[in-house]
Ligand binder design. Structure first.
Ligand code: GLA
Length: 383
């Protein structure tokens, strides 16, 4: 992603200049598939994301150019005007969700480009949604608060993309803060910035370069399993609204009333809600060994109980363990994408060397390495 390239293209297409807006992708240290279960997450924005140049055009049409795909789309703002291109649906969805909330908006011209890897589990889509939600809020003086901006992105996924995601990705993208993780209670949306400066350690993502094609339907299926478990538990314990409210004892009471698969999914989530709380306690004491241990436990649960890992990700996790990496696990929704690794400084180089070679030997393709820098959330960028 290059600011001058975006600006050059915008000028070429529209003969003028607009304003620049940026929103980041995210990492998540621990707390996976807990957001739509009312649990906690611990994400942070990264220094990579989506950059868009935008200018209101005084019409009722959006004219949009995806720089990285070299594709153009033009669409109106009514429900019937939905564009056909996948990427344009995100922009259209954000517009529609703003309008549904009573926001009065009009047409605009835009060019966007990103440097957050697509399909790597770093939420390039949330970055795109947050960029346009933030920008349109500002350009049309809508006075929508940051919580609602995040929800606009989430509703875009639900209603225009078909992924019944939680709030984590959009929240992290909008609320990110350099040097901090965000401990977010996804039930109340209460959040706290947790300083994250693990002296002596680095965070690095290793991308399996696997992109699971059925990820969105498999993701929605996981969510249905959780809801089925909650429905069964709530018959005896009406106070349970989310798996976050349930205990293993409650789950065991309904073991024979739900499928074995739904049981496994719920078992993972109940464990993960607690693991996140344990990891947060450990972080307060700078106890990174415990944080790392929890990350490995999460990987195990995501692989064996929630079944959102894959051969490549399990292999990356094994190599990390062999190299003495403090913590490692599949990050994000899963079914492909990255592992997130907490590595002691002195083991960093040997780990990276080893994992590159081992992955190539095993799968005949290169994994990719992304060092993590925790950055700020949605913002306007000075031209
Ligand atoms: C995806 C979703 C999030 C969250 C994660 C898993 O990134 O968009 O809402 O559920 O998967 O933790």
């Amino acid at each position: 992603m290059n600011k001058s390239e975006v600006r050059g293209k915008f000028h070429e297409l529209f003969g003028t200049d607009g304003k620049l807006f940026f929103s980041p992708g995210r990492i998540n240290l621990i707390g996976e598939h807990t957001d739509y279960n009312g649990g906690f997450v611990l994400p942070g924005a990264v220094d990579k994301g989506m950059l868009a140049e935008i200018r209101l055009n005084g019409t009722d049409k959006v004219r949009a150019f995806a720089y990285d795909l070299n594709e153009y789309a033009e669409f109106g703002l009514n429900e019937a005007d939905a564009p056909t291109q996948g990427w344009a649906k995100y922009i259209f969805g954000v517009c529609r969700e703003i309008i549904k909330r009573g926001g009065v908006i009009g047409g605009f011209d835009t060019v966007f480009s990103g440097n957050v890897p697509l399909g790597a589990g770093m939420s390039s889509s949330a970055a795109l949604e947050s960029t346009y939600a933030f920008a349109l809020n500002q350009l049309f003086s809508l006075n929508i608060d940051k919580f609602e901006l995040a929800k606009i992105g989430q509703s875009t996924e639900h209603n225009y993309v078909g992924v019944k995601c939680g709030i984590m990705d959009q929240f992290a993208s909008v609320f990110g803060s350099t040097g901090h993780l965000i401990r977010l209670d996804c039930r109340s949306l209460e959040y706290k910035y947790v300083p994250f400066n693990p002296v002596g350690y680095k965070l690095v993502l290793v991308d399996s370069v696997v992109k699971h094609e059925l990820a969105s339907s498999a993701y929605n299926k996981r969510r249905e399993s959780c809801e089925a478990a909650v429905a069964a538990i709530a018959k005896r314990h009406p106070e349970v609204k989310f798996l976050r409210d349930a205990t293993m004892d409650m789950l065991n009471e309904v073991k024979n009333e739900i499928s074995a698969e739904d049981y496994m999914r719920a078992e993972y989530v109940i464990g993960e809600v607690q693991r996140l709380l344990d990891a947060c306690d450990a972080l307060e004491k700078d106890d990174y060994e415990t944080v790392g241990q929890k990350m490995y436990e999460t990987h195990h649960g995501m692989s064996k109980l929630y079944e959102v890992s894959c051969e490549e990700l399990d292999f990356l996790n094994d190599v990390a363990k062999e190299c003495g990496v403090t913590g490692s696990r599949v990050m994000g929704g899963g079914f492909g994408g990255c592992t997130i690794n907490l590595v002691k400084d002195e083991l960093y180089e040997p780990f990276i060397e080893k994992v590159k070679v081992a992955f190539k030997d095993k799968f005949g393709k290169e994994c990719k390495i992304y060092p993590v820098n925790i950055g700020d959330g949605s913002r306007e960028i000075n031209a």
